[in-house]
Design a protein around this ligand. Structure first.
Ligand code: FES
Ligand SMILES: [Fe+2]
Length: 429
């Protein structure tokens, strides 16, 4: 009897953000990481991988990626806490598709095609809060779920089937505090079915309860060139020697989950875990798996890569935990992208923390905007010149191997195969 009571207590005090299965997967990664550290080992890919330069420069290839990846794969369109209240909305351009993301008064997030069903104008711009959306061209009005609720001078205009002329709605779900949608109003799939369990792992953050702090957008070259820089740490002590420092390790461990990944350095980042109020947030500092009712934070360390173009990094400005989310989206042309940087804080930041977050975000905007993206822009120009026919990914650049293999695989998959690939995260590569 006594033993039963103890077991029950242990169960109820355990952090409940994670399912047992997700926790076990995260513990497996953490155990592997700690073993490598104890043994001083470091896994590498089997061979150097080569990629044809046209992967970054060919307009047909770019079009295929827009159609076959960005319109078929569930995309993270933002964090739930960016749109905390009914009517909160933001607009974005995703691979040439204008999207309006809005919090409906029933509490759900909706991703809508930001194009009036009269003649196509944008019904919303920027971000804000709105009870309804009135098209600025001729004044048709749409509700928060996209329903057409008003036609200007309706009797002059003539017959309109209002029920059929709502804004096109994209299938949308919220999971792990993120808003995901498939940007195809006709898709037969529910985005929730294609997450392959990455949402269950990201639940370890509990992002739904966090606070949105700030966002900015940086223009860049081809989306894959811009995103490649998030997929390896090889360049950190070289390209970022002036910002991150030349002593920063250029090694990384890669853990894969379907097309998604985690990229984890071999040691705590200088000044990061140490600056945390709770240094035990870092697995390396803790040196073991978190037990019982301890926070799951040490199981979440590293950079989380959510396919196709999202990277989530953890920081502790002023000792307060937060995440810096970078979302790389293709532009309209093969050589254009935008990197959207968004900061979320685990707890509402006080004035001092807010100032430290602003400093951190400005620093990271500098790192990416002045170091990474200009480098990628040169790569774009040079590769388009057709002299260098291929690029190569080292055995130590496993994140790039995985990412580009998945891009190829999904572009080449029919709808049924794509759904199967995404739904099953355990498929070996
Ligand atoms: S295009 Fe929107 S009202 Fe005419
Ligand atoms: Fe970088």
């Amino acid at each position: 009897m006594e033993d039963d009571r103890i077991v029950e207590q242990a169960t109820t005090t355990r952090d409940t953000r994670l399912s047992a299965q997700a926790r076990s997967l995260l513990e497996g990664m953490a155990t592997d990481l700690l073993q490598h550290r104890a043994q001083g080992t470091f896994p590498l890919e089997d061979a150097v991988m080569r990629l044809d330069a046209s992967a970054y420069t060919c307009p047909e290839r770019f079009e295929a990626e827009k159609q076959r990846i960005f319109r078929r794969v569930p995309l993270v369109l933002g964090a739930s806490c960016e749109l905390p209240s009914p009517g909160d909305f933001k607009t974005m351009d995703v691979a040439g598709i204008p999207v309006l993301v809005v919090r409906h008064r029933d509490g759900s997030a909706r991703a809508l095609f930001n194009s009036c069903t009269h003649r196509g104008a944008a019904v919303a711009q920027g971000c804000g809060t709105a009870a309804r959306f009135t098209c600025p061209y001729h004044g048709w009005t749409f509700a928060q779920d996209g329903a057409l609720v008003g036609v200007a001078s309706a009797s002059d205009f003539g017959a309109v089937d209002k029920a059929a002329l709502g804004l096109k709605a994209f299938p949308t779900v919220e999971r792990a505090g993120l808003i995901w949608a498939i940007l195809d109003a006709e898709t037969p799939h529910d985005p929730a079915d294609l997450l392959g369990g990455i949402d269950a792992l990201l639940d370890g953050f509990g992002l739904a309860d966090w606070t949105f702090v700030e966002t900015r957008a940086l223009p860049g070259p081809n989306w894959k060139l811009a995103f490649d820089a998030h997929l390896e740490f090889y360049h950190l002590p070289v390209l970022h020697r002036a910002t991150f420092g030349p002593e920063r390790s250029n090694r990384a461990f890669y853990y894969r989950h379907g097309p998604h990944q985690r990229v984890i350095g071999p040691a705590p980042r200088p000044g990061d875990a140490a600056a945390s109020e709770d240094a035990a947030d870092d697995l390396y500092t803790l040196g073991r798996l978190p037990q019982g009712d301890e926070p799951v934070n040490p199981l979440m360390i590293g950079e989380w890569i959510v396919f196709p173009g999202v990277s989530i990094n953890i920081f502790h400005p002023n000792g307060r935990r937060g995440v810096f989310i970078s979302t790389v989206l293709p532009g309209t042309q093969v050589g254009e992208s935008v990197t959207v940087q968004t900061y979320l804080s685990e707890t509402p930041p006080d004035a001092e923390t807010r100032a430290k977050i602003a400093e951190l975000c400005a620093f990271l905007a500098h790192v990416v905007g002045e170091e990474d993206l200009p480098t990628s822009a040169h790569q774009q120009k040079a590769l388009a010149a057709g002299v260098l026919r291929e690029v190569r990914f080292g055995r130590n650049e496993g994140g790039l191997h995985h990412f580009h293999k998945w891009i190829d695989m999904l572009v080449d998959s029919d709808d049924a195969a794509l759904a199967q690939l995404l739904a099953d995260p355990c498929r070996p590569m």
